[in-house]
Design a protein around this ligand. Structure first.
Ligand code: ADP
Ligand code: ADP
Length: 226
């Protein structure tokens, strides 16, 4: 069965904008799935509903068979999320941010610290370990945000433009880590404009436009269309 199942999802904002127009989507265990589309296509709206941060107008969303429209807390506890843009907890250091994210999702203190140390090492963030988030570069903040999203076990990882602002060297490290998480059985939804870089790690992709999924398939099948 799919980890995530979206059925006929409709989101109409109060001003009348139809941002999601009968979206259907299934993500299977261990799949790395990319969601592409121009600005305004409805990607953020879809993601906010998956995370239980916005309520659908109609349709259903289940995570591991649990109705997350009825139980948005289940989504928030079981989805690792890297939002677009920057972090609110700007007074924490890079390492503290990662550790705190793990603690929030129920990881015990000692393990949260170990997970943070491991991710700092893996993402080559050692020199910035004790840098406050507000003093770090956009790229370092992005990597810390990524580490925060993957610091606790999750049923689903949602990564919104994971490599934005990240320098080319660490960008490659990041894609390697995403590929490795996928091979390790993580189910990953990537929202990205960067198909050229993402292509090598994704199993399937969908293209959204004007609130609808207009194409879906393997990167090979969709080559030339995107
Ligand atoms: P993205 O960069 O993902 O396309 P947007 O620029 O569409 O993000 O949206 C940024 C924020 O502004 C989101 O929280 C979104 O809900 C909100 N927003 C976007 N368009 C509108 C709008 N027409 N009216 C009110 N809020 C909007
Ligand atoms: P994307 O993430 O693909 O750029 P969004 O989901 O942010 O797309 O936006 C989809 C459509 O919904 C756009 O027309 C946007 O302006 C509109 N929109 C987004 N958020 C809001 C909001 N809070 N209120 C009204 N319209 C919104």
């Amino acid at each position: 069965p799919p980890v995530l199942s979206v059925r006929d999802l409709v989101k109409r904002y109060r001003n009348g904008t139809l941002a999601n127009d009968h979206v259907c989507l299934d993500l299977f265990p261990g799949e790395v799935f990319a969601l592409l589309g121009p600005n305004g296509a409805g990607k953020t709206t879809l993601v906010r509903q998956l995370l239980g941060l916005a309520r659908p107008t109609s349709g259903s969303i289940t995570l591991d068979g649990v109705d997350i429209v009825a139980d948005p807390g289940f989504a928030r506890r079981n989805i690792g999320f890297l939002p677009q843009g920057s972090f609110d907890l700007q007074s924490l250091t890079v390492a503290e941010t990662i550790e705190f994210a793990a603690r929030l999702r129920g990881v015990p203190p000692r393990e949260a610290r170990a997970a943070a140390a491991r991710l700092v090492e893996r993402l080559d963030l050692g020199p910035f370990r004790n840098t406050a988030m507000h003093a770090a570069s956009g790229g370092v903040r992005r990597l810390a945000g990524f580490a925060a999203a993957v610091a606790a076990p999750a049923r689903l990882l949602v990564l919104d433009e994971p490599t934005n602002d990240v320098d080319p060297l660490r960008r490659a490290v990041l894609w390697d880590l995403i590929a490795e998480l996928g091979r390790g059985g993580a189910t990953i939804l990537l929202v990205t404009h960067n198909l050229a870089e993402a292509e090598r790690v994704i199993d399937r992709l969908a293209i959204m436009n004007a609130g609808r999924i207009i194409r879906e398939g393997s990167p090979a099948a969709l080559r030339g269309l995107v």
